[in-house]
Design a protein around this ligand. Structure first.
Ligand code: ACO
Length: 321
């Protein structure tokens, strides 16, 4: 007994920013960004709060699953940083849906949703929960330096959610880290006002070594696909749908090349949404679920990598018609 996915939801900011829009104030071009990453556009927060997007996506997922907020036994939220450090984004969602269930945020960077799925599995297997709400929301536009063309062009904002119910949908999961504090790094602004602070405050913005991230990502995604398929007793060819973290089309292609996976099985929305960190796979899942892409019995493989360095993969069987 583990879980199956009973419902999904997502919410994106209204404002869409194209590569050409970025070229108005950055030394970049649609040609550079698209050929290097596969990104054309991204959604960016303007008047909306991240909380509102997270709540909207959770409400849609609950309605899709036919589950009331009060029925939820656990709320997990994958985010790098919510609108407030406390209350957590998970508690804010809990308040909005009328739940008093335990609720907490999980920061595993872009792999956060997969970490949440594995935590949900542990709670359900231990008999501590029957219904789990996972939400992911990321305000990447507030975490990048908009003068750094090497990072700000890559990211977008959004939120997504899934409702998990006790059942037999999860086939296998695999999480790992390769701890490294240099390759991807986002400092907190700390001790800014403390009379005792003797450390140099750092600016809150993502720094990364793009080439090193690229190498790590290709190896980690390939390794995690092999491990999770072995755990599930499947070959990569037996997977119906791949839902990879949407960081870069070239990373996705390079990770999957050796398994000769048909391109039509690899789901993408990076062109329209950019990299939404943990939220990418969630929005991808909801988009293709709502299009009717998945059928009962289909095997879906989620795979992701991110800051930490974290990585992981989860295989689930789709249970809805
Ligand atoms: N527009 C134009 N030129 C640019 C831009 C830009 N937006 N950004 C960088 N360049 C320049 C560089 O300055 C460099 O110029 P130089 O040769 O004069 O020094 C040149 O383009 C080539 O840069 P490279 O780094 O070699 O370009 P590359 O082909 O490796 O692509 C990229 C860079 C897209 C960052 C790639 O390495 C990548 O995708 N890495 C993985 C990044 C990633 O996945 N991040 C997400 C993980 S973190 C997370 O998800 C939270």
């Amino acid at each position: 007994m583990s879980f199956f996915i009973a419902g999904t939801g997502s919410a994106l900011p209204e404002k869409v920013v194209s590569n050409d829009d970025l070229a108005q104030f950055l030394d970049t071009s649609d040609e550079w960004i698209y050929t290097r990453t596969g990104i054309r556009r991204r959604h960016v927060l303007t008047h909306e709060r991240l909380n509102d997007l997270a709540i909207a996506s959770a409400q849609t997922a609950l309605a899709d699953a036919g589950v009331a907020g009060a029925e939820v036994d656990l709320i997990l939220c994958a985010t790098l940083r919510g609108d407030t450090v406390t209350p957590s984004l998970a508690c804010i969602v809990g308040e909005a849906i009328g739940s008093t269930a335990p609720a907490f945020d999980v920061n595993a960077a872009c792999v956060g949703v997969l970490y949440c799925m594995e935590i949900a599995d542990a709670f359900i297997v231990a008999g501590k929960a029957k219904t789990v709400l996972i939400v992911s929301a990321e305000a990447m536009s507030k975490l990048v330096d908009w003068t750094d063309r090497a990072t700000c062009v890559l990211f977008g904002d959004g939120a997504g959610a899934m409702v998990l119910r006790a059942g037999s949908g999860r086939l296998a999961g695999e999480l790992s880290t390769a701890p490294d504090s240099h390759v991807i790094r986002m400092p907190n602004i700390e001790g800014i006002n403390s009379p005792y602070n003797q450390t140099q405050p750092e600016k809150l913005a993502i720094y990364m070594d793009g080439g090193e991230v690229y190498k790590f990502a290709v190896n980690a995604m390939g390794h995690n696909i092999e491990q999770v398929c072995a755990r599930a007793g499947l070959t990569p060819a037996q997977i119906d749908w791949y839902l990879p973290h949407q960081a870069n089309v070239r990373i996705i292609d390079a990770s999957l090349r050796k398994y000769k996976i048909e391109k039509s099985k690899v789901l993408l929305n990076i062109a329209e949404c950019g990299n939404m960190s943990a939220t990418s796979v969630m929005v991808l899942l909801d988009e293709y679920a709502k299009k009717g892409t998945f059928h009962k019995g289909d095997k879906l493989l989620f795979v992701a990598f991110g800051g930490g360095l974290t990585s992981g993969a989860v295989i689930i069987e789709w249970k809805k018609d």
